[in-house]
Write a protein that binds this ligand. Sequence first.
Ligand code: ATP
Length: 425
Amino acid sequence: MCELPVWIGIDDTDSYYGGCTTWIAAKLSYRFKDRLVDFPYLIRLNPEIPWKTRGNGALAIGLSSLTDKEVEEVASFVMATARDEGKTNPSLLISWGGERQERFAIKAIRDVITKRELERTLEKIGPTSKYFLKKPGKMRGLIGCIAAINHPWSDATYELIAYRDDQNYERPEFRDDVLWMDSLTAPVTFANFDREVGKPLIYPHGPDPVLFGIRGEDPRVLKAAMMMLGNSCSLWMVFKTNQGTDEHVVGVNGFGLAYPYTTVSIEARVVSNPTITPGGHVVIDIIDRDGNSGQAVFYRQTGNLNRVARRLMKGDLVRVWGGVRPETQRKVINGQGLVLIAPKILYDEVPSCPFCHRKMRQVNAGRYICDTCKVQAMGRARFYLKRDIIVNRIYQPSASAFKHLMKPAGRRPIRTPQEIKSVLS
Ligand code: ATP
């Protein structure tokens, strides 16, 4: 009999041709349903990693106990189900306590973990863990396993994923049901429906077994939301996840700290009016507070964000965030969000008296007076060009261009006791 509690980490079991690591985790969670210590974890790792298949997701399941025989059962199930075509490195890690690896877990979300770092961490956790690889020597999937097991929770959302019984048929999409469900449950659920184009967002389109996924703040509301849809399925599971938390974004002061394959948020000044490429993408030249120059690109596919970026002007002070491209010559950010902090001032001077039109006299830092008419003004005369862009509002991509980790601006986190059994029964 093994020590308690036991964590099972699984990653990199799906390929472009099929499979899904969440399906394997769902099956195992039902197999050991009475021993779950929490909902299974679905952790989204660094979205800029080039070797990801789709959403760079890794899974972890916490159980109160697991016998040696059951360890073998889990290993043979995962290895038999994992897809091994293409560049996958299917991996399974079983861990019995030991030192927490939270820095590793955070780095896997925000940066790139090297082979050396993986090896060092495996040495540390070696005595309290055991791993299994489908392709001998191909250990990269263990990065996701360690990261998912050791994830430190500062914010969490949930996703109810339902699976199709037969993958040979098209997913039936109940557009009106999804719109109805969204109207009743948002913002406790989110990313259900793209109202700009009238399209449901809960159905994937790949060859994987997922029928639909409903994301939100409260597992019980997710279960109720599932009941509102016409789809039927025999397998579904609620995952606790870091989706919708912006956990991948690192705030930096300048381009010097914007490393390739990371996602940064940076305050910068726009130094030229936006350029629109023939494909409709918006390119903006910016400088950070130290005068280092870079670019922000807002792709046409980001819809609303792209439209707002077109309205920026030379001289605007903005905050932009997004993935840093691996180019070496200059720093280019693939924009995921934008805030206009201060618009360019077109006209800024000492105010004139509205009666005699003479320039006023400055009395102190913020006060001006007309000595003839005794009229006072409480600041300089400043004018901005009025544009359809609101200062300090967070602008994000349109719903269909939203990525897993991006935090919807309208999120209203709700903290509820995690009553797994009441949700799953
Ligand atoms: P999903 O399950 O959402 O489809 P995915 O298929 O896109 O996820 P994976 O199949 O898990 O992604 O492949 C990503 C690979 O990259 C895994 O082997 C994972 O361990 C590794 N990886 C993830 N994050 C990092 C990181 N920050 N540094 C290095 N390797 C990473």
